[in-house]
Design a protein around this ligand. Structure first.
Ligand SMILES: Nc1ncnc2c1ncn2[C@@H]1O[C@H](COP(=O)(O)OS(=O)(=O)O)[C@@H](OP(=O)(O)O)[C@H]1O
Length: 338
């Protein structure tokens, strides 16, 4: 009886199976095709291509670099499950003050880079098992030296943390992949989601700004801004300004080699421009207010509109391509089909 049902269902199951494969193949083809069309359209834009990120550089290389643990499984502790819980880790047998770690879910886009905050940030990104090991090491230190690590200077606390991490195989490595932009296209949101993955180590600060603003500080400075990662993890940073920094692609290639992968997010150029304008306007207002808190800056939709117009149009009413907001939205200026 059950055999005849199986016989009856077999062709049906086969049809569903091959149907699903067909839908997947056609779907992938269409998605790839629309990406190619998008790039072709960008190539046809009548803008000067005096400098560029090469698309072939962006997509080249082995895509299977998502590293797995040695036996091919996921790591034992999936820290993503703590998302948003704001967990506290305390050790009840300890007489020292409980160590409170923020979880990854407590992410704020305004990650600061003071050493104290860096310590907290690095600890918060650790796997819970390692956090426990760190507490035990801190207690051991206290027993041996009759002082809590919290009594040490912040620089020594950092040193202690680095030594601990190196001992368990975690080092600061140059990024395996970088989100290079584009500004105002949701890079913060993606950075946040990426940082939740247990096999990805996010840079300590939100944006590193090495290849644009801090290049002269050297590679040791750059490395010091990266998160701590094991050999099973991928190291990641995002700095949207790299996309519009002329020297960035050459310097990245020179310093990091061509195995580095990139994420480039784009958004409708006009919406992006408007969002960028609002962002810069808000920053400008904040700066003005902090200089003179009593000074009130009059704003109205009309005034804002005029300001935007004067920013994107030159005296003759033509698009002002040297304006920052326009230049950043001119994707094809920065992107070359390789
Ligand atoms: N998930 C998701 N989907 C779509 N859009 C999103 C998403 N997350 C953020 N946003 C919008 O992205 C804008 C902020 O982009 P960025 O994080 O790249 O800004 S920044 O460059 O780091 O300043 C900002 O756009 P505007 O609101 O138009 O200013 C966000 O609202």
């Amino acid at each position: 009886m059950s055999q005849s049902i199986m016989h009856c269902h077999k062709p049906f199951v086969t049809v569903i199976f091959f149907g699903a494969i067909l839908i997947f193949v056609v779907g992938s083809y269409l998605a790839a095709n629309s990406a190619v069309t998008l790039l072709r359209t960008a190539d046809e834009w009548p803008t000067v291509q005096n400098f560029s990120w090469s698309v072939s550089d962006l997509v080249q290389g082995d895509k299977e670099t998502m590293v797995k643990s040695p036996n091919g499984s996921r790591p034992s502790k999936d820290v993503t499950r703590q998302l948003g819980r704001g967990a506290q880790m305390t050790d009840s047998s300890s007489k020292v003050e409980p160590v409170i770690f923020l979880t990854k879910g407590s992410y704020s886009p305004k990650w600061s880079s003071t050493l104290r905050e860096s310590i907290q940030k690095v600890l918060s990104q650790l796997d819970p098992e390692l956090q426990v090991q760190y507490i035990l090491q801190a207690k051991k230190y206290e027993t041996q030296h009759s002082e809590s690590i919290h009594q040490l200077t912040v620089a020594l606390q950092w040193d202690f943390l680095v030594k601990f991490l190196e001992a368990v195989g975690y080092t600061q490595r140059f990024p395996d992949f970088i989100n290079i932009g584009v500004k105002k296209s949701g890079t913060n949101a993606l950075g946040f989601f990426i940082s939740q993955h247990p096999l990805i180590s996010h840079s300590i600060g939100n944006e590193v700004h090495f290849f644009d603003w801090n290049y002269e500080k050297g590679l040791d400075y750059y490395r010091s801004k990266m998160g701590f990662s094991s050999k099973f993890q991928l190291s990641f940073e995002k700095t949207p300004r790299y996309f519009v920094t002329d020297s960035a692609p050459g310097n990245i290639l020179k310093d990091l080699g061509n195995a580095t992968k990139f994420i480039l997010m784009v958004r409708d150029p006009i919406s992006r421009l408007k969002s960028d304008f609002r962002h810069e306007r808000e920053l400008g207002l904040r700066r003005t207010r902090s200089k003179n808190t009593r000074k009130r800056v009059a704003t109205s939709p009309e005034a804002e509109g005029k300001m935007l117009t004067s920013l994107i149009l030159d005296g003759r009413g033509n698009i002002n391509s040297s304006s920052d907001v326009v230049r950043t939205s001119s994707y094809s200026v920065h992107l070359k089909i390789g």
